[in-house]
Design a protein around this ligand. Sequence first.
Ligand SMILES: *Cc1c(COP(=O)(O)O)cnc(C)c1O
Length: 385
Amino acid sequence: MKNLRQDLQQREQQGLYRNRMLLQGPQGREIILNGQKVLNFCSNDYLGLANHPELTTAFIEATQHYGVGSGSAHLVNGHTKAHHALEEELADFCGYPRALLFSTGYMANLGIAQSLLSKGDTMIEDRLNHASLIDAASISHAHLMRYLHKDYDSLRKKLMRCESGEKLVSSDAVFSMDGDEADIASMINHCQAHDALLMLDDAHGFGVLGKDGRGSLSHQHIASSDVPIYMATLGKSLGTAGAFIAGSEELIEYLIQTARCYIYTTAMPAAIAAASSTSLKLLKQENWRQQALHKNIDYFKLLAAQAELNLLKSNTAIQPVMIGDTKTAADISQQLLNKGLHVAAIRPPTVPENTARLRVTLRADHSRQDIEQLVEALSQKESVN
Ligand SMILES: *Cc1c(COP(=O)(O)O)cnc(C)c1O
C-alpha cells in the first residue's frame, strides 16, 4: 500500500501541495476568499456571466418548472425540453448540424475518444493539451502520440508513423495554461492529407473569440465543415456548467448510442441548460463584453511589456507570467494575495517542470485601475526575486 502520509509530506516540501480556498459569495471582479476581499485574476468567468441577474432568473424559473434534479440519464427520462433547446441553439450558433450536451468538459473529452477509438487506433495530441484530452486517450485504449507544441511538422511526422487503425488528432484551440492558439488551418491540412479525424477543444475560445463569441473557428475564419468534432465548455465564458460536442448528424447519433460518459450519467439539471441558453442569448445580443475583455487584454499586455514582465505570446484572456521555479511561483502568488490580488500559481504536473507560472486571467469587468494595480505588484515581485 502506498504511504499516503509520506507522499503528502513530500508534496508539501516541494511546494506542490494544493489547498482549496473558501469562496464566500459569487464569482466576480472582486471576490471574498477565506474572508478576505480580493481582486479576481484567476477565474474562467471571462465575461462576468456566472453571476449575471438574467442567468440567475432563468435558473430559478427553470427550477420552479423542472425541479432541481434531472432524475435520470438523458437516455432514460432526464432529457428535458430545456436541454434539447440548448443543443439546437448551440449547434446553430457554432454552425454545425447537431450538438450534444455533456455534464462536464472532462466527460465530453473522455466520451468522444472512448466512443470513436479502440485498441489499435491512435490519438495524436499536442503536448500541451488539457489533462482531459490526455486521459481520453487512456480510457479509449488507443495508442497516444504527442507532438511538439504547435509544431505541425511534428504532427505530420506522427501521422506518417501511423500505419493502421483510426487516427484522431486533438488539440486545445486556446491552450489552457499558455493562452496561445492552435493554427487550425495547418491542422486541417495535415489531417485531410493523412485521413485523420480532427477534434478541437475550444473551452477557452468559445464565448470570447470570433463573431459574438462563436469561438476559435470563427476567429480563424475556418469553416465548421473542416473540423468534424468541435467541443466547448459552458462553465467558462458562458458562466454556467457542462459542455457540448458539435458535429454531424451521424457523429452525434453515434455518441448518443455509444459514449459511456453520456449514457451512464445523470443529465445536468435542466436549470443549468436554461441558464446556458440565456448566456447564449446575451452573447448574441450584447457583444460589448467581448470588446471590453479584449481591451483589457491589450491594456494588460501593454503595461506588462513596459514593466518587462516575462509573458508568453498570448492574445487571449489567459496571460501567464512565467516564473520557472515552483516554490517561487507559489510564494509570489501568496504575496500577491496578501496585497488583495488573487492570481493562481500553476505548477507541475499541470505544466512541465521548471515552467511554473502565474496564470493571470482577465475579465470584461476589470477596470484599468485593477490592471494597473496588478502589473505594479507583479513588477515589484519580479525585482525581488
Ligand atoms: C476546463 C477545460 C476542460 C474541462 O471542462 P470542465 O467542464 O471544467 O470539466 C476541458 N478542456 C479544456 C481545454 C479546459 O480548459
